[in-house]
Design a protein around this ligand. Structure first.
Ligand SMILES: Cc1cc2nc3c(=O)[nH]c(=O)nc-3n(C[C@H](O)[C@H](O)[C@H](O)COP(=O)(O)OP(=O)(O)OC[C@H]3O[C@@H](n4cnc5c(N)ncnc54)[C@H](O)[C@@H]3O)c2cc1C
Length: 585
């Protein structure tokens, strides 16, 4: 089997993976780095991010305030040592991007412009119109191009980690255009594989967000942390699920029910504020979990608007005016016209909550290290835990930078003084991984289809593990996902060719999603409380006595995962009441 030998292998070339790669070379230009991605780097989901990235920059803001917003927004499930580190590093990272060429919007005096964002009680979200992710990813990608020691493996599908002697020492990956599996021996591996929102049928996530990185680590014995916390974004287009960024509300857009009422005032997010730009009080700038949940209550009350695409509420931005919209929200206008035929300058646009982000993921500490020596993780695939039970909009893009860099520095630290790899032992492991794929090709008795199983999984997740959950539904979901994982053993490949076999990759991705879905549903069933994005109709209160702790799901093959718990790190903010009725200044 072909061998690629490097010092550090990175799985994923989105924001987190690219930031890690740059930090590696900057620290040690002699390192050999493999950057492995199943898509061309600029096609990573980071490119789709719209609204912006949070970091304290204005004189009336402070690290303490960013800390308070993040910890309260996360319903006190964030590890506070991690949040403290994050808020201090955030502006440095954003300024670093500026120096690498990121075209942040400017105030009239030339300083960096910031916009309000949900749950952030000060304006601190840096932005590049509503194409922030595109510009961030481009800046990072361009920067990596100057370093010859970063070798890119674009369109390589990572399969399995190589764990030997109690350490992670590499991985296997398939070159997608040839079907050839290669072994990568690496002293450190960083997973930056992104989220897993595609477990759900209605999602803002790109098709590649199938939790492969999470599943790889999970199968290798690393726990998945807080998987039950799934973020719904309140404003998705009702037909495609495409995101209308939170900046729509940050810039002053309002949410209306079928009676034209700004209903958020009925859910602890009032009082109603005058229309203006930018929006300066809470209301539409409540955190995502609360705003999405308010939609659900409006639906129960019969206050939603019936549209050809289902029940919706309306997002109204007309009062912002064409000039302002074209300057600040050009992509949103384009999306509305292209996908729904609605011009936001002239009409309110129907929207509904849509699965957007996974708060949970590979368990890491503040240094981005997993419990498995040699394995590090950063970005949406990791749970460090910054976001707790609910991520605040615009914290994720910065999380990629801060912890992408941490992962790199930790990976270098790990390498020091390591013995030479046992190539023969690693090759044995690599062959086991290869055999797993070969078995799929040689299967003749399979009677299950990838698309059939995937549909059943998505329907189950939507029905039983969505915005609101309860015991019976979760039990049904746990049983169904277990059944689907059994049936997955009989899934048939229709295409047995080697060249860009998309059938194969979709089967592998389905396997990753089923593993993640099982960790998610089993963790959700066990968490008998409501906190942040995990809302249970049968346990409506937050229960700090029993659940101020992280869920840790451990892989057990085809059996259900073992769930354990880990205490939340509290440094200075004891659990309190989340209050979104005050002023934003
Ligand atoms: C539409 C949208 C808008 C958003 N807007 C914002 C925003 O304004 N502000 C904000 O803070 N956050 C935003 N987010 C969230 C944020 O963009 C993401 O959480 C973040 O970009 C994830 O970055 P990442 O580097 O972890 O992963 P990604 O950018 O998703 O990259 C994952 C990488 O892993 C690779 N990969 C995955 N599996 C494999 C495999 N098996 N083999 C090889 N490679 C693999 C992929 O090829 C890809 O390169 C938004 C998200 C979406 C979906």
């Amino acid at each position: 089997m072909e061998l690629v030998e490097v010092d550090v292998a990175i799985v994923g070339a989105g924001g987190a993976g690219l930031r890690a790669a740059i930090a590696l070379v900057e620290k040690d230009p002699t390192l050999r780095i493999a950057l492995i991605s199943k898509v061309y780097p600029m096609r990573s989901h980071t490119c789709a991010a719209e609204g912006g990235a949070a970091g304290v920059v204005k004189p009336d803001d402070s690290f303490d305030l960013h800390f308070d917003d993040t910890v309260g927004g996360g319903d006190w499930l964030s590890d506070q040592d991690c949040v403290e580190y994050f808020v201090h590093e955030a502006p440095k990272e954003l300024m670093q991007l500026e120096h690498w060429g990121c075209p942040w919007n400017r105030e009239a005096d030339g300083s960096v412009a910031v916009r309000p964002f949900g749950g952030m009680k000060k304006q601190r979200t840096w932005f590049a119109a509503d194409k922030s992710g595109f510009h961030i990813l481009h800046t990072l990608f361009q920067t990596t191009l100057q370093f010859p020691t970063i070798t890119r493996f674009d369109e390589y599908y990572a399969l399995d980690l190589l764990v030997e002697d109690g350490r992670c020492q590499g991985l296997t990956a398939m070159e997608m255009r040839s079907g050839m599996i290669k072994q990568f021996h690496a002293k450190s591996v960083i997973i930056a594989g992104g989220g897993a929102g595609r477990m759900f049928p209605f999602s803002t996530n790109g098709a590649i967000k199938t939790g492969d990185g999470m599943a790889m680590a999970y199968r290798a014995g690393v726990p998945l942390k807080d998987m039950e916390f799934v973020q719904y974004h309140p404003t998705g287009l009702p037909n495609t699920g495409s995101l209308l960024t939170e900046a729509c509300r940050g810039e002053g857009g309002v949410l209306l029910n079928k009676n034209g009422r700004r209903y958020l005032q009925d859910y602890g997010m009032g009082p109603e504020t005058p229309l203006g730009k930018p929006q300066l009080k809470t209301m539409e700038l409540g955190p995502r979990d609360r705003v999405s949940q308010a939609y659900w209550h409006e639906l129960q009350k019969g206050n939603t608007v019936t549209t050809p695409w289902g029940e919706c509420v309306m997002l109204d931005m007309r009062h912002l005016g064409e000039k302002y919209i074209d300057e600040r929200l050009p992509l949103v206008r384009e999306l509305g016209i292209a996908y729904l035929g609605v011009d936001i300058v002239k009409d309110a646009i129907p929207i509904r909550p849509v699965v957007h982000y996974m708060m949970g993921g590979i368990s890491t500490n503040t240094k981005a290290a997993t419990p498995l020596p040699g394995l590090f993780a950063a970005g949406e695939c990791a749970c460090v835990s910054l976001n707790g039970a609910n991520r605040l909009g615009s914290n994720s893009l910065v999380e990629l930078l801060v912890f992408g860099k941490s992962a790199a520095l930790s990976a270098i630290e790990h390498i020091k003084g390591l013995p030479a790899p046992n190539r023969a032992a690693l090759e044995v492991k690599a062959k086991e991984s290869q055999a797993r794929v070969r078995e799929l090709f040689s299967r003749t008795d399979g009677n299950e289809s990838m698309s059939g199983l995937r549909k059943e999984m998505m329907d189950t997740m939507e029905k039983n593990a969505g915005l609101y959950r309860e015991e019976n539904g979760l039990r049904e979901a746990v049983a169904k996902i277990a059944e689907l994982r059994q049936r997955y053993q009989k899934v048939m490949l229709h295409d047995k060719s080697n060249v860009f076999n998309t059938d194969l990759f979709q089967v592998l991705e389905l396997g990753s999603m089923l593993d993640c879905a099982e960790a998610l549903t089993v963790s959700a069933l066990a968490r008998k409380e409501s906190r942040g994005a995990h809302q249970r109709l049968d346990y409506v209160q937050r229960d700090d006595q029993n659940f101020l702790r992280h869920s840790m799901a451990y892989y057990q093959g085809l059996d259900a995962p073992r769930i354990d718990y880990l205490d939340v790190v509290i440094t200075k903010s004891p659990p309190g009441v989340r209050d979104y009725s005050g002023d934003h200044k």
